[in-house]
Design a protein around this ligand. Structure first.
Ligand code: GDP
Ligand code: MG
Length: 175
């Protein structure tokens, strides 16, 4: 990188996971710096863009915040077509959302591209007293599947900066 030219990358980032896991809240917290207690659920996908700069590289994310396809058994190819990165979210207070996250990851592995940057995210870390999914369980699954893992909270913003910067870094390296 030293003395290298600056680089501008455009990257599609898809956010997947069960309904109510906090996908929209995470994205809004990251790009607007705010948390909304009530979030109207979107049908289809909402689009956001956000730029992350690391040294001389600028990554412009086109974020697809998916909704509605949670009830389908497989993901429409348009969601991951051309994606550089995918965030798969579960809610630490809901074991079923963790099981669902595993399904999304399996599907992405089957149908996605081998260079796809995939991250497993355990959200709602602030609700630790209602925890159903042990942090070690999430970590171990991520490790076994070669994924990056973060426990986050859209409410307190814990680890969100780290999450998006890590993705930007990995995407920049892969590009
Ligand atoms: P989505 O369906 O995955 O997009 O989930 P939403 O972003 O709509 O969030 C569902 C509900 O969980 C909303 O009431 C949010 O305010 C709440 N929520 C989202 N993230 C967090 C979090 O990190 N902590 C807590 N306590 N609540 C959250
Ligand atoms: Mg949503």
């Amino acid at each position: 990188m030293l003395g290298g030219k600056s680089k501008n990358i455009q990257a599609k980032l898809v956010v997947l996971g069960d309904m109510g896991t906090g996908k929209t809240s995470m994205v809004l917290r990251f790009i607007k710096g705010q948390f909304y207690d009530y979030q109207e659920s979107t049908i289809g996908a909402a689009f956001f863009t956000e730029v992350v700069s690391i040294q001389k590289t600028t990554v412009k994310f086109d974020i697809w915040d998916t909704a509605g396809q949670e009830r389908y058994h497989s993901l429409a190819p348009m969601y991951y077509r051309g994606a550089a990165a995918a965030i798969v979210v579960y809610d630490i207070t809901k074991m079923v959302s963790f099981e669902r996250a595993k399904k999304w990851i399996e599907e992405l592995k089957r149908q996605g591209n081998p260079h796809l940057v995939m991250v497993l995210v355990a959200n709602k870390a602030d609700l630790n007293t209602n925890r159903e999914v042990d942090i070690e369980e999430g970590k171990q699954y991520a490790k076994d599947n070669n994924l990056q893992f973060f426990e986050t909270s859209a409410k307190t913003a814990e680890n969100l900066h780290e999450l998006f910067y890590e993705i930007a870094n990995r995407v920049a390296q892969a590009t």
